[in-house]
Design a protein around this ligand. Sequence first.
Ligand SMILES: *Cc1c(COP(=O)(O)O)cnc(C)c1O
Length: 435
Amino acid sequence: MEFPKSGTAREAILEAMEASRGDDARWREAKTWSLVYNAGDDVLQVAKDAYLAFFSENALNPLAFPSLRKFEREVVGMTMAMLHAPEAAVGNMTSGGSESLLMAVKTAREWARTERPEIKAPEMLLPASAHPALEKAAHYFDVKAVHIPLGADFRADPTEARKLFTSNTILVVGSAPAYPQGVIDPIPALAALAKEKGVLCHVDACLGGFMLPWCEKLGHPIRPFDFRVDGVTSMSADVHKYGYAAKGASTVMYRTRALRRYQYFTYGDWNGGLYASPTMTGTRPGGAIAAAWAVMKYLGEEGYLRLAKQTMETTRALMDGVAAISGLQIQGEPEMSVFGFTSDSIDVFVLGEEMGARGWKLDRQQLPPALHLMVTPAHAAIVERFLADLRECTEKIRETKPTPEGAAAMYGMLATVPDRSMVPQLLLEFMDGLE
Ligand SMILES: *Cc1c(COP(=O)(O)O)cnc(C)c1O
């Protein structure tokens, strides 16, 4: 590749970019089941307008743009109200769920360094189903990740958690819900364990933070998961998921201001000036903060309730439809709008390929093999078409029993390697070869 010598006209650039989209996942037709949370064109337009209006602003310096400071304070304030945080709670916006979780783990490590100086090799307990961003945090911050095994219902088993708790444990994590099967971990039991032992407890509500509160209001049976649970010391909730904001928007919240101080980074000896930064990133795009604020204001509780109702009805229809297809089974009892399904008679990875050939992009899961649906309001329009294709593909595979090819072969192979320690190396080769 050569660096372009001269510039290109604006129209030609836009044309070239549009032409690049050819093989992209077709989220506008509601063919995708992850990555894009679509609440309709009106919401998208509000997010885009707000993003563009604050396209150039930067929340790095908290004094330069009081507008962004207000938006961030209010996004966090609204989110904390939704999650029943106590009056004294505080929080920040981050670039996404991963950064929020990185901050929660970093905060716990710093807290332990001060409050539990005898701990030299800190550990955290997290469900085996917890999001890999927590593994990333463990890796980055040198906190040992100890997995709580799941029960038959795919929820972390609190009895096992107690057995795994050691004098080095500084943090207990639960998900609300966990991404793979959409079930909420037993947060009261996990938080009680943390409180009894005098350590911290984080609830990863990155996925459910902007959905579960509305489900509860709509009368769905939702297990306790938020700041109302005694012992929960921090939470994360992504505005760029079921908050329908522009990407680059999440929140991390702490029960007390004292706890959040461990998150902050300050440096006083730089010849470029005094430096203070609340989260991981330096420059923080104003657009993402502004769009989050705008969408939350635009929808309000009534808007989110309407979207949650539509999403939950769509989820119900999809779950009933999947369960009615002979050979397919829903995993566990999903409580929200994400679920996995598996099969006792066909290779679900081959099913994923067949559906892919029809334009449906389903995420693959493993341990055990499954396919995954993350349902949004936009999926209401395609329920019947999706289920018809799923039924046809399932029947076809049962009859023809094709040998796995492509991604199905790779997933099938990776799902069954006897030595799991080889998998990260294989993934590294894959990433390294990707250009
Ligand atoms: C999406 C997700 C995350 C990570 O969020 P990103 O915005 O992708 O970084 C963390 N936890 C759960 C449960 C999630 O679903």
